[in-house]
Structure formats: structure tokens, C-alpha cells
Design a protein around this ligand. Structure first.
Ligand code: LLP
Length: 431
């Protein structure tokens, strides 16, 4: 699952004790394992090897330059959704020809940047957007390629905020409109409409919704072929799960076992497959380290107040997401045997793990059985590598946390801790 493990009652990332990392980098701190990142990428690549896909890492989930560079060096392309993501992916050495560019609200300046840099594929989300991209491409005299994002109306059985492929979602165009879309735009001289894009949701813990949506996409590709439109690219999007609890998610090989057989023959006939994984690569490759500032009781509840909160990791508060939380140095007797919602170990206490912000919704873990914690203890929040730092904010004017990358016995600070000056550097109080 990952390279964070307890050894003699203390948490390690690869070969480095988490307490050493906190001592040198401070808290709150996001810690990533380079070995886990590599392993997750290569497992996915190997599992889907029969389709020889282009694997475009979903930058939005964890966009630090060092992580983008690590994945670029392994051969990943990038799934980008903004000018900022195009910019940072280029800074990290990515080749724009291997970028796919999605997003429902691409602005004129973002489209110009994507065309200038030569982004490989635009994933188009609406009729109006296609016309806009085609007009700008004509003006700039640049030719590009595009896929139509279709909405297969499949239920991925995940949180409603991250369900994206159902009819009522704001993404893509309804399947029934797809043929008309190609009739209207499939002969544009500047934007070659040559692909179909899907992304049904995130995380998707079963393979059925993928199978259903791929089958719908293949039926559409056949229907389009009858009308003379040749589709050479099928982008399946992302959404593969991660282990917030031990063994929660199917393995890359299990997703592949369901998806590869449906596509293998198409690939042999020339269809190019793209995948856009984010969470399945980065989530288990990162933890958040936070320090206990105070302990207090309110009514019957036992609050542990940490230096990280919803400003540092928004997922628990925003989605009600479960993240396994455990002390960094619980001792041998309280080493967690696995990551689960409730562990049965001696002496645990019902605990609310909360942050410093002025909001009741500011929590990391609610009503958990945890070893007793004291002021100054370090706590790890697991499976925080995806949509952790990427969604962090400066709410309550807390500077953004630091990020470190561990590789074996080496540790690199890949984002310096922000200082108070950083909070105000773009603000002006005199006119
Ligand atoms: N492709 C597209 C078009 C997407 O919209 C997304 C994620 C991905 C790929 C990557 O999905 P992944 O493999 O990471 O599941 N903030 C939420 C997740 C939002 C996902 C947005 N789109 C969370 O913390 O759970």
C-alpha cells in the first residue's frame, strides 16, 4: 500500500523516523514517499501494459514541482485543468505534447497558453467551448487535436461532490448529443475532433462503472464511424481508488483485469488509450504530520487541538472523508495492526482531532478511538498525498505548510514553509 510503517512503536517514512522529519521540517508538514509514488505509477503502467496507454498524471491532486518532475521522468504525461497547471507542468520538464487539457471553464488566455505551448489534446466540455477554441486556434493559425468529453450517465457510487459522469453533472455533453456534436464540429480545419473523453467520478471503488462507461463510449465510436468520423483516442479519465482504510481499494491489476479485455482488440486496430490517474498514485504516497497544541474536555468530548486543520487538509470537513489518524510514537503495544475506522487495542480513548480555526467544522477526525495524546505529541494523518496540500488554504491567515519528499534515507524540502511576509506580499494598503 505504501512506505509509511511502524517500527518498534514509531512511524517511519521509508528509512526516516517521522519524528526526525517533524523536528527538521516543523509542523504542519506534508511528507511524501518517492518510492511509493514510483511504485504506484509503475504498477498502473504494468497492469495496463497490454493497452500501452499514455498515463497522464492528474496534476490537480498533488501538484508540487518535484512530484511532477519525478513522474515526468518515469514517462508520465499530465492531465491539466488550468493555465497554472500547464505552466507548472512545463516548469517540471513535462512535454506539452503529452498533456491533456480538461475543465469546463477554460478562459481565453488559458486556451491561448495551451495552443502556444502545443498541448496534445483539448478535452472539450461543451458546444460553446468548442467554438471558442476553434476561433482562437484559427486566429493564432495553430492546429490542434481535441476529444469530446461525454457524459455516459453512469453512477460511480461515490460522493455527490465528486460524481462527474451522471446526466445532471456540469461536465461533458450528454451521450445523445455526441453525434450531433460531431456533425456540427467534426470537420473543423483547426481543431481535429478525434477523441472521446470520459471521467465518471472519484474515487470509484468498483470496476463495474468503468466497464459500463467504456462500453457506451465504444458504441458511440462505432456509431460515429458509420457517419465517417474516425476516433483514434479514448481517454478514460481517472478515479481509481486509494486505501484510506487498509485494503479498501481494488488494485491497479484488478481495474485492468476488468477494462483491458474490452479494449485490447480496439487498441490492436489503432485506438490510443489515455488514463488520468491522480489519487491512486499520490494519496497513499503522502501523510500529514501535525503536532498537538492543547487537550481539552467539552461536555463528554475529549478534544485534541492540533496545528493542522481544515486549512491544511480540507477533505474531512468538506466531504466528511475518513482519514486514518494515529500518533507518530504510540509505542509497541499501541502500534496499529492496520488502518481501520475502529481498532480494538487496550487503553484507547474517544477523541476529537480538531484544528486551530474558528469554525466548528474544523476537524481532521471525529469520534475516534485513539491512544491517549498529550500536548507536544506528533500525530500522522494518513492517505493525505492527494487533494491534501492541493486544496490547502491560508484561512485564518495561517501560512501554507511545508512539503518534504523522502527517498530511502534522503529527505528534501520540496516546498519551504511560508512566512508571514508571504501572506501579505500581494496586498496593498496604501494607494
Ligand atoms: N480526470 C479528470 C477529468 C478529473 O476531473 C479528475 C479529478 C481526475 C482525472 C483525477 O481523478 P483521481 O484519479 O484523482 O480520482 N477533491 C476531491 C477529488 C476531486 C476529483 C476531481 N477530478 C477529493 O478530495 O476527494
Amino acid at each position: 500500500m505504501d512506505d509509511f510503517h511502524y517500527n518498534d512503536g514509531a512511524l517511519y517514512c521509508e528509512n526516516i523516523p517521522a519524528s526526525d522529519i517533524a523536528r527538521s521540517a516543523g509542523t504542519p508538514c506534508y511528507v511524501y514517499s518517492a518510492t511509493t509514488l514510483r511504485q504506484h505509477y509503475t504498477r498502473l503502467r504494468d497492469a495496463f501494459a497490454p493497452l500501452n496507454p499514455l498515463i497522464c498524471y492528474s496534476v490537480k491532486c498533488c501538484s508540487n514541482l518535484a512530484i511532477l518532475r519525478l513522474l515526468t521522468e518515469l514517462g508520465a504525461g499530465m492531465d491539466v485543468v488550468s493555465g497554472g497547471e500547464i505552466f507548472r507542468s512545463c516548469c517540471a520538464g513535462g512535454d506539452p505534447k503529452t498533456f491533456v487539457y480538461a475543465g469546463v471553464g477554460k478562459s481565453e488566455s488559458e486556451i491561448r497558453l495551451a495552443l502556444e505551448r502545443g498541448v496534445g489534446l483539448f478535452n472539450i466540455e461543451s458546444e460553446m467551448e468548442f467554438e471558442h477554441v476553434a476561433r482562437i486556434a484559427r486566429e493564432m493559425n495553430i492546429r490542434t487535436r481535441a476529444a469530446l468529453r461525454v457524459n455516459p450517465d453512469v453512477d460511480p457510487k461515490t460522493h455527490r461532490y465528486t460524481t462527474t459522469g451522471k446526466r445532471e453533472s456540469k461536465f461533458g455533453v450528454d451521450l445523445e448529443r455526441a453525434v450531433a456534436f460531431f456533425r456540427a464540429y467534426g470537420h473543423d480545419p483547426f481543431v481535429a475532433l478525434c477523441g472521446i473523453h470520459l471521467h465518471i467520478g472519484s474515487p470509484v471503488y468498483t470496476t463495474g462503472p468503468y466497464v459500463e462507461s467504456v462500453q457506451k463510449a465504444l458504441a458511440l465510436i462505432d456509431e460515429l464511424a458509420v457517419e465517417g468520423f474516425r476516433i483514434d483516442t479514448l481517454d478514460l479519465g481517472g478515479g481509481f481508488g486509494a486505501d484510506y482504510e487498509s485494503d479498501q481499494s481494488p488494485l491497479a491489476s484488478q481495474y485492468a483485469a476488468a477494462i483491458v479485455p474490452i479494449l485490447q482488440e480496439r487498441v490492436a486496430r489503432g485506438l490510443r488509450i489515455i488514463l488520468e490517474p491522480g489519487r491512486s498514485i499520490a494519496a497513499n504516497a503522502g501523510i500529514l504530520l501535525t503536532r498537538v497544541e492543547y487537550i481539552k474536555k467539552s461536555g463528554d468530548r475529549n478534544f485534541v487541538i492540533c496545528d493542522a486543520g481544515m486549512n491544511t487538509l480540507l477533505r474531512p470537513s468538506h466531504y466528511g472523508a475518513f482519514h486514518f489518524v494515529w500518533p507518530v510514537q504510540p509505542g509497541v503495544a499501541l502500534t496499529p495492526p492496520r488502518r481501520a475506522r475502529e481498532l480494538i487495542l487496550p487503553g484507547l480513548e474517544r477523541t476529537e482531532v480538531v484544528g486551530p480555526l474558528c469554525e466548528t467544522g474544523d476537524f481532521l477526525a471525529e469520534d475516534r478511538l485513539l491512544p491517549p495524546l498529550r500536548r507536544g505529541d506528533l500525530v500522522a494523518v494518513f492517505t493525505a498525498g492527494a487533494y491534501g496540500m492541493a486544496m490547502a488554504s491560508r484561512y485564518n491567515s495561517h501560512p501554507l505548510p511545508t512539503e518534504v519528499l523522502i527517498d530511502g534515507a534522503s529527505m528534501r524540502v520540496i516546498r519551504a514553509r511560508e512566512q508571514y511576509e508571504d501572506l501579505v506580499q500581494h496586498e496593498r494598503d496604501s494607494f
